[in-house]
Design a protein around this ligand. Sequence first.
Ligand SMILES: [Zn+2]
Length: 69
Amino acid sequence: MQLFTRTGHLSEKALQMSCRGELTEDQEVRQHLEQCPYCRRQLSEVTRFLSLVGSVSVELSAAQVEKSG
Ligand SMILES: [Zn+2]
């Protein structure tokens, strides 16, 4: 599995795993997150997204998007 993209940042898969707590023991990933504000930002975005889709059904969130848009 690819944890880093060609640009040297964390892949989306790695970000998703990190926010589920699955990569907390991966030194490379942890070190990168400590050093890279970009990936920390990406991680917080993914965490926010996953918490949204995790707690709200697809239908509901689609309805909310329509309302707010
Ligand atoms: Zn990065």
